[in-house]
Design a binder for this molecule. Structure first.
Ligand SMILES: *Cc1c(COP(=O)(O)O)cnc(C)c1O
Length: 819
């Protein structure tokens, strides 16, 4: 079978669309949805998809990156760019999907479709590991499972492939049918059905029925009866079924799950006999994902013995890039899990988002791409590195060095990882961002270890994708044209400084706000160019504020006068922000001061009022809605007085996170997003729709068995009348785990069990009562995550999530994840 060749005119025919072609013979190989990541512009087709931002806004940017082929729904662009090919359609997303459906029709490869609430990506990656020796597999890159991700995944199929493994995720009804048409799976896997992403559905049953639509025409469905209780099982799609369960009758009936060391030993009844397998994992999620893979191998006809040998060799799938602090002030992006061109492109995009160091280095292993000529492959990589402005390439592997002259940046090559490690003491790494990216067999973990500062055993993990998801959630709530300012004060609510600001700058928020000048200066030094408002500008910092182009909040006549004193006579239109007190009674001008303020401002040509704002005191609390309404009115009234006197209209803003959720009328010209970005909103029941951003973890240092009557810790406050077992973990009040959590008030998760503290919290350590629970030194203790939440911690000690977050001290290392 040959791969289809798509010219732009053929694509126009497929889409049955109106066209304006400049060169009808242009060959299209790549579909692009984001103008920021383009591999080969001349063979790329840009789809102007609209989500919160209209994709047409990015045509200009795509054009500047040499893209000349576009699918659009607004004709007016045709006139503006005369040397381009345009395909004009009603619905750009549907056209992308239609093209993928047409592409899929050319191939009759075996296809596995995976859906479910959790585990889709891991099951897909593991099946890839398990089946790669028998098939030439094409699979969704990372977790591309959305309405957009699925067509892009399917577009990768080529004639060499003998198996496709694709995941499909949905967030609302009526989405799955389209995905089913694109994937056309013969084998279906339902991983599980949980509570996640329930907001787009009226019930769990509705969600299940929608997901099952992926399997409408499958030959074989692999599922667990535990997750389909809502429907009559006769109604399950699929000609044949294969079920697995550890609780009820099933084709693969798991009867024992025994953790041994770091592994887990499973036993089951299958075809009337007892079989077994070993998984090299022991956490709950991995065990379930392992069971699904086990069931799939058996359902595909592998013998229990073959399945066991393969499952035992599964390796951890870390789909995530990790950003952490390195030696000599470097930032390290660690991606030592895979090396293929699509994940390299994603990693380079992330490298490119980092502004904190001007210099960028990539340490790269050889890549293996099936069906691509090496010269083509390395030419593509060299172009990509040049495009992402990489300054230095360190290539590892004999093969890679053969293509050395393709790379235009500074280069160094090593035969293998060991050779690099031997040379390491003589190499220079200083004030730069380093991407470490290698295929698993190169063992790049050793390289990132050399480059990374020692990570203490207590780590705050920050999920940048979840944060971007939360930003998107609020964007979907604000009206078109309303700007968004993100509050990154107090070290971004404890989560980080430039790491967060880089993400926000990449996602094009309009403004940042910090509490103090220092925080703003740190962001400027890390290359952040967004406008930054400083809420508590101190007189002593005025010079620094001006030097770094930060924009002070002006809340009193005194501060206005002293800022004017600091500003040189030759400045013109320096941006400031006027704070109105509408009821908080903290900082800000009262209505009666407006005349005087206006008088001063009118004559001050050196200043420009960029915005006028106020702050709501109880936007999330229904019992104060009357007061909030009054605040909004009073603010508008006061702001209007000032606007009338100024003669121009600055941006008006008053809504914080829960203001965005509950007060659409309060959106005005801009909103100020704070805690919502980090996953909390008191206006949403259980923070529904928001994702967990932060996980705080520590480790067990020692385990002790106590006799009846012995006590634990200072002042003997932890009493064990019946004796028992305790675990000491490496976190204390100096890390931000306050004394209020002592004596059983706080709990942590150890090996899946929630266990209480015992005795007082110490400065650097905490003791937990783990009586009856298996644990050993080195085990992980989770202080909070999506299951044991910050909300719970806050309620345990009678405070609010804001305080829990911002208390986590700077000595706790932050690690950032990005998929
Ligand atoms: C912190 C802060 C916000 C953000 O509040 P959240 O409740 O976290 O959204 C908004 N405006 C001002 C003036 C703030 O100080």
């Amino acid at each position: 079978m040959l791969n289809p060749i798509y010219t732009i005119s053929k694509i126009a025919d497929i889409l049955n669309a109106e066209v304006k072609l400049f060169d009808a013979q242009t060959i299209i190989q790549y579909l692009v949805i984001d103008s920021r990541s383009v591999l080969v512009p001349e063979n790329s087709l840009f789809f102007a998809l609209s989500s919160h931002r209209d994709g047409h806004e990015f045509i200009k940017d795509a054009y500047s990156k040499d893209i000349r082929n576009f699918v659009i729904s607004e004709k007016k662009y045709i006139e503006q760019y005369t040397d381009c090919n345009f395909i004009v359609v009603d619905n750009v997303l549907k056209s992308l999907q239609k093209l993928a459906i047409e592409h899929r029709k050319h191939f009759d490869l075996k296809t596995i479709g995976i859906t479910g609430s959790n585990g889709k990506t891991i099951v897909k990656e593991w099946l890839y590991q398990l089946l790669a020796t028998d098939f030439d597999i094409v699979r969704s890159p990372k977790s591309y499972n959305s309405q957009i991700g699925v067509p892009l995944s399917v577009w990768q199929i080529d004639s060499n492939n003998t198996l496709g493994i694709f995941e499909a995720g949905i967030s609302a009804v009526n989405e799955m049918e389209d995905l089913a048409k694109i994937i056309q799976p013969q084998i279906g896997i339902l991983t599980n059905i949980g509570e996640a992403h329930a907001e787009g559905f009226s019930s769990k049953k509705e969600k299940l029925i929608e997901k099952l639509k992926l399997f409408k025409d499958v030959e074989l469905l692999i599922y667990s009866p535990e997750y389909v209780t809502e429907i009559n099982f006769k109604k399950l799609p699929g000609k044949k079924h294969f079920s697995w369960s550890s609780r009820q009758a099933a084709d693969l009936r798991i009867i024992a799950v025994e953790p041994i060391e770091g592994n887990c030993y499973l036993r089951a009844i299958y075809q009337d006999r007892e079989i077994e397998c070993m998984l090299p994992f022991k956490d709950k999620a991995s065990i379930e994902n392992g069971m699904i893979c086990w069931a799939t191998l058996l359902a595909l006809g592998y013998s229990p013995e073959q399945a066991d040998t393969r499952l035992e060799k599964l390796s951890h799938v870390s789909m995530r890039l990790e950003l952490k602090n390195g030696i000599n002030q470097c930032s390290i992006i660690d991606d030592s899990y895979s090396a293929d061109i699509s994940s390299l492109a994603i990693a380079l995009d992330f490298l490119n988002q980092q502004n904190q160091h001007p210099k960028k280095t990539v340490i790269l292993s050889e890549l293996f791409e099936t069906g691509q000529d090496d010269l083509d492959l390395y030419t593509e990589i060299a172009d990509l590195l040049a495009q992402k402005k990489v300054n230095r390439l360190i290539g590892i592997g004999t093969h890679l060095s053969r293509y050395a002259e393709l790379f235009k940046c500074e280069t160094q090559f090593f035969e293998d990882t060991n050779a690099f490690i031997e040379a390491f003491p003589g190499l220079q790494f200083n004030h730069e961002t380093i991407l470490v990216k290698g295929a698993r067999r190169f063992g790049f973990g050793r390289i990132s270890k050399l480059l990374t500062q020692k990570i203490h055993d207590t780590v705050l993990e920050i999920d940048l994708n979840a944060m971007a998801g939360n930003l998107q959630f609020y964007r979907s709530k604000i009206k078109p044209g309303v700007k968004i300012m993100v509050m990154v004060k107090a070290f971004s609510y404890g989560s980080g400084s430039f790491e967060i600001a880089n993400l926000l700058q990449f996602h094009k928020v309009d403004y940042l706000a910090v509490a103090y000048a220092d925080e703003g200066i740190a962001l400027r030094k890390a290359g952040i160019t967004l406008p930054i408002m400083v809420m508590s500008p101190e007189e002593s910092a005025f010079d620094a504020i001006i030097k770094h182009n930060l924009e002070p909040e002006i809340y009193s006549l005194e501060i206005l006068n002293s800022f004017l004193n600091a500003l040189s006579d030759y400045r013109f239109d320096y941006p400031i922000h006027i704070k109105i007190d509408s009821g908080m009674h903290r900082l800000g001008f009262d209505q009666k001061e407006i005349d005087q303020l206006a008088e001063l401002l009118k004559d001050a040509q050196r200043l420009k009022v960029q915005s006028i704002f106020s702050h709501l005191v109880a936007s999330g609390e229904a019992e104060h809605d009357g007061f909030t309404q009054k605040q909004i009115e009073k603010f508008k009234e006061t702001a209007n007085l000032l606007i009338a006197a100024l003669g121009y209209k600055p941006l008006l803003h008053i809504a914080n996170t829960s203001g965005i959720s509950r007060w659409p009328d309060g959106q005005m010209d801009m909103v100020r997003l704070g805690i919502g970005l980090y996953g909390f909103d008191s206006a949403l029941v259980h923070n529904r729709g928001l994702q967990t951003v932060m996980v705080l973890k520590t480790t067990v240092t020692q385990i002790k068995t106590l006799e009846p009557g012995e006590t634990v810790g200072y002042s003997r406050s932890g009493v064990m009348p019946d004796g028992g077992k305790i675990a000491t973990v490496k976190i204390g009040y100096a890390d931000g785990y306050g004394r209020a959590f002592g004596n059983g008030v706080g709990k942590m998760l150890i090996n899946g069990h929630l266990v209480p503290t015992i005795g007082s919290i110490c400065m650097d350590m905490t003791m937990l009562d783990i009586t009856g629970i298996d644990a050993k030194p080195g085990d992980e203790a989770i202080v909070f995550n999506h299951e044991h939440t910050i909300m719970q911690l806050a309620s345990d000690i009678n405070t609010i999530p804001y305080e829990i977050l911002t208390n986590i001290s700077q000595r706790v290392k932050r690690v950032y994840f990005y998929e």
